[in-house]
Design a protein around this ligand. Sequence first.
Ligand code: UDP
Length: 318
Amino acid sequence: MSSKRALVTGGAGFLGSHLCDGLLGEGYSVVVVDSLLTGRHANLEHLRNEAAFEFIEKDICEPFDVGKVDYVFHFASPASPVDYTVHGIPTLRVGSLGTFNALEVALKYNSKYLVSSTSECYGDPLEHPQKETYWGNVNSIGPRSVYDEAKRFTESVTMAYHRYRKVDTRIVRIFNTYGPRMQLNDGRVVPNFMKQALRGEPLTVYGTGSQTRSFCYVSDEVDGFIRLAKSDEHLPVNIGNPNEFTILECARHVINVTGSKSRITYEPLPQDDPKQRCPDITKARQLLGWEPKINLETGLRMSLDYFRKTVAEESAKK
Ligand code: UDP
């Protein structure tokens, strides 16, 4: 994959920016196209003077052309439940129009293509853990549908360009991922709990906290993306950590890692909040030789400096 040029849509986001680092490490030159709707310059600040890196502020819902690229990584989309609820229509637009435009770039330049999909394609799953062959249980008109259905459509368009236009596509289904560069206020559980614990505020567990998630540290996740990018698999592949925790257990881990004296409070469970989520990663293991290496406690410790710094910066602004 060396001496080649990659496009990363959504490269100013949490995952997109870590992917840029990974691709630069692989010898790629990288061009990011991002509208900065939920992405941030701060995530790419460290690449400002990197000769192999370029940033273009643009909304990919309009057709665009950045010149020849060898690889298209399509990562543009709001991705946290709070962000996609606030930006419901842009989420549907980028999953649909944005995906067409990203695929048109790949078609024009005969580029390889990898798109970020999501465990939300499985909705509130009736099969557990979730294999790639499970079709999901999604409420098509519920509050999460702007994201879930956008991503299911993204997968559909991607498979159509693969089948009808012969684009060399890949689809990664990403499960809950955490680490440095997550926005403190994007509403996701890890940044919420970290922020609350570091401020000594109560940790807000929604519902009883018995719902489960499986948390993957960002460097493991990006390693999975890069391995999939090098493979020839066109059907979706789950990339996520198969160690499953209740949200209450997650809260206790955060309290432990931060050494916080915060207590736990309970708030209402959001509508259609999936009761359980855990990837079956047999396919990634067999196909890519991939599995995550960093457990939740270690990953939270590795994220602590970032969250401490970000919480301090935010309180200094007030
Ligand atoms: N959650 C919580 N407290 C918070 C934020 C989230 O209990 O302050 C719960 C949320 O209801 C869900 C889980 O944590 O069950 C993961 O939520 P997140 O928004 O991180 O992502 P999701 O996996 O739902 O897309």
